[in-house]
Design a protein around this ligand. Structure first.
Ligand code: FAD
Length: 552
């Protein structure tokens, strides 16, 4: 009978254990977990803090007892593996319940020790809370019982923003300090601007490009000398693979700081597998090593390892890093690479933005969203997508993630037959529309310019023409734009007195019609991608204004 020991009993570890039991009813399977709980929903922790999930037990998906009853798993909580003796195939375990240590042998070892929060060396850092497990939540909840008035969250990533929303909902004044120039690093700046606007709408003070110098009782001192009141300070600047145990055992660590594994998730020791947040993954787009500390891939790794241990054929799992987060009324989702990463890797690409409705505009309560698509300027291969909105964002990003995985090109998105009735979508779904737009741009039917190219276009002599109605134009437009509504263009285009034109409208749709018409007349016309809406929210227009708001 084979003896499999799994270290870490949450997402990856427990997926391995339960799958393996289904495949092998005889194996001895032991799960060692250093915290007091296994199989808990750490993704739900921020919502327990905010009271959205009010019963802690609902986060505890299984207990050692239930796992024994259903799967005959030997699950030991508060049992920490201190050392791995690879020669003897033996673990040294500290039982924190009995305060005793013991050794245990294995035939096969699976490491799923996850990732731990990054703790910077800032004065007073021990005063800050982090959020990784149920014990962290319990500490934070008892701090919340003292009714803190203010909180500073250091880090504007996924967990930081989820916490911000949940603390604001409890009446706490929240500030976010972020060293980068934007929140949510997987987004590009113009998409992150939409999220920053939402945070400020909900009275979250944003301190971008700001660093914390020290954390004190009741306040946080920034490097620029500003003091932010903070009864509750939370560190959420990211996580890094928890390689402590594996590294001590001499297992190979890669350039990204995660354990190196092969396509079967085997480490440099053929008797030891490693999975989840602990390991480096293979990027689907360029096969490079990458870290994606997300639950989906940890669970898939768990299944692969169980299958491999059971002698089954497996498919290699690469990653595109699909993620989603809710920030107040906004839903933000991403998949694949962003523009920043494409630029860093010197990969040529095209990008388009659209602002479609979640479902047919004539059916009540349609919600507008913003989608960005990045794809190869030669083959149309989809590199990545980002969406910010509310209803329907998840569906579109999931379709786009599936398209990337399936090798569907950007123009081929037009051909996808997606479910449609007015309450759910449009006959031309937002994903189809991206396909139409991509095809037009890729084959040269349409020339587009981006929100960050406007100054350059003007410098090169392009005249900006806003083709919205006069009423829309009067509520605000690009600096220097003239207004000729699209329906008047046929008679009024001679007023332009130049052949070089940059057309803009609200979202890019009327601009497309206008630019196509002008080009047919012999103009050199570009359409502003994403229109006035994108420009007005982008750093080109709004960032300075919002930073000032944060400091009043
Ligand atoms: P984990 O699930 O972290 O499990 C590792 C376990 O190993 C821990 O319980 C730890 O105590 C144990 N361990 C470590 N060292 C030892 C040792 N020496 N001996 C014994 N036990 C040990 N992902 C998403 O996709 N979507 C989300 O919305 C999302 N939200 C999140 C919110 C929060 C607050 C957190 C913390 C994470 C969130 N994640 C989310 C990430 C997701 O939870 C992880 O990617 C996933 O849990 C990783 O699984 P894992 O098995 O690699 O590690």
């Amino acid at each position: 009978m084979r003896k499999v020991v799994i270290v870490g009993g949450v997402a990856g570890g427990m997926s391995t254990a339960t799958r393996l039991r289904r495949l092998d009813s005889e194996a001895e399977i032991i799960v060692l977990e250093k915290s007091g709980h296994v199989s808990y929903a750490n993704c739900g922790l921020p919502y327990f803090i905010g009271g959205v999930i009010d019963d802690k037990d609902s986060l505890l998906l299984q207990t050692p007892k239930s796992l024994y009853e259903r799967f005959r798993l030997d699950v030991r909580v508060r049992n920490e593996v201190i050392d791995i003796d690879r020669t003897k195939k033996e673990l040294l375990v500290q039982d924190h319940l009995t305060q005793e240590s013991y050794t245990i042998t294995y035939d096969t070892l699976v490491l799923s020790t996850g990732a731990k929060p990054v703790i910077p060396s800032i004065e007073g850092v021990e005063l800050a809370f982090t959020l990784r497990n149920i014990e962290d939540v319990e500490r934070m909840v008892s701090a919340l019982e003292k009714k803190p008035e203010s909180a500073v969250i250091i880090g504007g990533g996924f967990i930081g923003l989820e916490l911000a929303e949940n603390l604001v909902n409890q009446g706490i004044k929240v500030s976010i300090v972020e060293s980068a120039s934007q929140v949510l690093a997987p987004l590009d700046a113009e998409m992150a601007s939409l999220v920053e606007e939402e945070l400020q709408k909900n009275d979250v003070k944003l301190y971008l490009q700001s660093n914390v110098q020290s954390i004190r009782t009741g306040s946080v001192l920034l490097e620029n000398g500003e003091v932010l009141p903070s009864t509750l300070t939370i560190l959420a600047i990211g996580v890094r693979p928890d390689v402590t145990l594996a590294e001590r055992a001499g297992l190979g660590v890669g350039s990204k700081g995660g354990l190196v594994v092969n396509r079967f998730n085997l480490t440099t020791d053929p008797n030891i597998y490693a999975i989840g947040d602990l390991v480096e993954k293979v990027d689907e787009l360029d096969d490079s090593a990458t870290l994606v500390p997300l639950a989906n891939i940890a669970n898939r790794h768990g299944r692969i390892v169980a299958d491999h241990i059971a002698g089954r054929e497996i498919r290699e799992v690469k990653t595109i890093g699909t993620a989603i987060v809710k920030v107040f009324d906004l839903v933000i989702a991403t998949t694949g690479w962003n523009e920043k990463r494409l630029k860093r890797s010197s990969i040529d690409y095209l990008s388009i933005h659209s602002h479609p409705n979640s479902h047919a505009g004539y059916y009540p309560d349609a919600k507008q969203m913003s989608i960005k698509l990045l794809f190869s300027d030669k083959t149309g291969e989809i590199y990545g997508a980002q969406a910010v909105g509310s209803e329907g964002v998840d569906k579109r990003i999931d379709v786009l993630a599936t398209a990337i995985r399936g090798g569907i090109t950007a123009p081929e998105l037009a051909d996808l037959e997606l479910a449609y009735a007015p309450p759910f979508g449009s006959a031309k779904d937002p994903v189809n529309m991206l396909g139409y737009m991509a095809e037009n741009v890729l084959n040269g039917t349409e020339k587009i310019a981006h929100w960050d190219q406007i100054d350059e276009m003007v410098y090169r002599g392009y005249k900006i023409v806003d083709v919205r109605s006069q009423n829309e134009f009067e509520t605000g437009s690009l600096p220097g734009a003239v207004n000729i509504p699209v329906d008047e263009l046929r008679t009024r285009h001679p007023e332009l007195r130049t052949k070089k034109v940059l057309v803009t409208c609200q979202v890019g749709q009327r601009g497309h019609t206008a630019a196509m018409y002008l080009n047919a007349l012999g103009y050199d016309a570009f359409n502003l991608d994403g229109g006035y809406l994108l420009w007005s929210k982008s750093p080109a227009n709004g960032r300075k204004e919002r930073k000032e708001i944060a400091h009043v």
